[in-house]
Ligand binder design. Structure first.
Ligand SMILES: NC(=O)c1ccc[n+]([C@@H]2O[C@H](COP(=O)([O-])OP(=O)(O)OC[C@H]3O[C@@H](n4cnc5c(N)ncnc54)[C@H](O)[C@@H]3O)[C@@H](O)[C@H]2O)c1
Length: 312
C-alpha cells in the first residue's frame, strides 16, 4: 500500500513508519520537525518537511495519491495547549482539517486518526473506561482531539472517507523525549541513569501517585498495522486495561536501572488527572489486537535503549 504517515519523525510515528516499511509498504512522512527529530526518520521513507497547515499539503496528496493516511502529527503538550489554545487549534484543529480536505480530494481510502484516551475521557467515574463514555476534555489539547474525531465523523458521512480512530493510553518506550509531558517513563529513565532523584506527584489521598494505563510503543505499532486492514468506522481504545501507580512505575524503572535512589514527592500539577485507565475489550474484536508487553518488560527494554543512547 502507499501510505502517508504524518508526524513520522516523532516518537511513535517514526516507529509506525519502520513497521509499515518492514511490512513491504511504500511510505512517505510529512512532518514539520517541531518536536520530531531527523535521526528518527527512516531513510527508506520519502520525507517532506511541511506543516499540516501549509496550502501545499493539498497538492502533495493530489500528486501522490496515497491509499492510507496515518495521522500522528500533533502539538502534543497539554500545558502548552492550556497556555496557547489558539496555537494548539492551529495544529490539532485547522491542521487536521487541511489534511482531511486534501485526503477527500485525493481519494484516500483509509484515514487512521490518532486520538488520546487519557485526554478525551478526562476524569471518569467508570474505570476502566469504555469508548462509549461521555468525553470530558480537560484541556484544549483534549478538546481538539475530540474535534478531530468529530470532523472525521462528518467527513465520513458527507464524503464517504473511511476511517479508524485509535485512542491511545499513556505510551512509553524507546525514542520518547524526556522533555515531553506524558514522558514519565523517559524522565525516570534518564534521571536515574544520571543518578538524579525523581519526583512523584500525588494527591493527598493517593499516596502512591496517579493511576495510569501504560502501553509499550511496540504494542502501539502493532495496532497501527492492524488498523490497515480492520476497524473501519470504529473508535478504539489502545491500552492495557491495567492500572499502575507512579510509585509502582518508579520501582520498576529503578530496578531496571539498578538504582537504589529514593524518590521525593510533590503536589499534583494543575490538570493532572487522578485515574486514567482504558477498557480495551473492543480492540480485540475490532482490530484483533491486544497489548502483549507487560510493564516490567517494557521498562527493561526502554531502559536498555536509554543506556545505549546515553552510553551508561
Ligand atoms: N505519547 C503518548 O503517550 C500519546 C498518548 C495519546 C496520544 N498520542 C498522540 O500520538 C501522536 C504522536 O505523539 P508522540 O508522543 O509521538 O509525540 P511527538 O512529539 O514525538 O510526535 C509528534 C510529531 O508531529 C510533528 N508535528 C507537530 N505539529 C505538526 C504540524 N503542525 N505539522 C506537521 N508536523 C507536526 C512533530 O514534529 C513530531 O514529529 C500525537 O498525535 C499524540 O497526540 C500520544
Amino acid at each position: 500500500m502507499k501510505i502517508l504517515v504524518t508526524g513520522g519523525a516523532g516518537f511513535i510515528g517514526s516507529q509506525v513508519v519502520d513497521a509499515y516499511l518492514a511490512a513491504g509498504h511504500q511510505v512517505a512522512v510529512l512532518d514539520n520537525l517541531s518536536t520530531g527529530k531527523r535521526e528518527n526518520l527512516n531513510p527508506a521513507a520519502r520525507f517532506v518537511e511541511m506543516d499540516l497547515n501549509h496550502p501545499a499539503v493539498g497538492d502533495f496528496l493530489a500528486q501522490e495519491k496515497f491509499q492510507v493516511v496515518n495521522h500522528h502529527a500533533a502539538q502534543v503538550s497539554v500545558p502548552y495547549s492550556v497556555a496557547h489554545p489558539e496555537l494548539d487549534m492551529q495544529s490539532n484543529g485547522l491542521g487536521m482539517l487541511n489534511l482531511l480536505q486534501a485526503s477527500v480530494r485525493s481519494g484516500v481510502e483509509r484515514f487512521i486518526f490518532i486520538s488520546s484516551g487519557g485526554a478525551v475521557y478526562g476524569e471518569q467515574e467508570q474505570i476502566p473506561t469504555q469508548e462509549t463514555a461521555l468525553p470530558k476534555p480537560l484541556s484544549p489539547y483534549a478538546a481538539h482531539k475530540l474535534l478531530g474525531e468529530s470532523y472525521l465523523h462528518f467527513y465520513g458521512k458527507q464524503y464517504g472517507l473511511k476511517h479508524v480512530v485509535l485512542r491511545y493510553a499513556n505510551v512509553y518506550g524507546p525514542r520518547q523525549s524526556p522533555h515531553a509531558e506524558a514522558g514519565v517513563v523517559a524522565i525516570f529513565c534518564e534521571r536515574l541513569l544520571a543518578g538524579q532523584p525523581c519526583v512523584i506527584y500525588r494527591h493527598q489521598d493517593m499516596p502512591a501517585g496517579m493511576l495510569r494505563d501504560y502501553v509499550y510503543v511496540g504494542d502501539i505499532v502493532r495496532s497501527n498495522l492492524a488498523a490497515l486492514d480492520a476497524g473501519l468506522g470504529e473508535t478504539v481504545n489502545i491500552g492495557t486495561g491495567r492500572a499502575t501507580s507512579t510509585a509502582e512505575l518508579y520501582d520498576m524503572i529503578a530496578e531496571a536501572a539498578g538504582s537504589h535512589l529514593k524518590p521525593s514527592y510533590g503536589p499534583p500539577r494543575s490538570g493532572d488527572i487522578r485515574r486514567s485507565l482504558l477498557d480495551c475489550a473492543k480492540a480485540r474484536q475490532a482490530l484483533g489486537w491486544q497489548a502483549q508487553v507487560d510493564l516490567a518488560e517494557g521498562c527493561r527494554r526502554t531502559m536498555e535503549w536509554y543506556r545505549q543512547r546515553l552510553g551508561k
